[in-house]
Ligand binder design. Structure first.
Ligand code: FES
Length: 73
């Protein structure tokens, strides 16, 4: 779906940017131009961005989960 009509930025564009390493909203704006014109999309764009950042963080957190400790008898 389109998040930013002025710059034709979709939620997929925002997700791809985060997957490509974008880690701040300002960086996202530099990368996609989202919310750089009228600004009406700022709230939705930040919401989509924050949700994707949280999702990516949770994926990485699972990599650092404690390993199972086996006890010898
Ligand atoms: S709708 Fe995004 S800047 Fe206008």
């Amino acid at each position: 779906m389109f998040v930013c009509l002025c710059k034709a930025v979709t939620d997929h564009d925002i997700h791809s940017a985060v997957e490509g390493g974008v880690s701040s909203f300002e960086e996202l704006q530099d990368h996609t131009d989202v919310s750089t014109s009228c600004g009406q999309c700022a709230c939705e764009a930040r919401s989509v961005f924050d949700e994707k950042i949280a999702l990516e963080a949770s994926k990485h957190a699972s990599y650092n989960a404690p390993s199972i400790v086996l006890q010898s008898s």
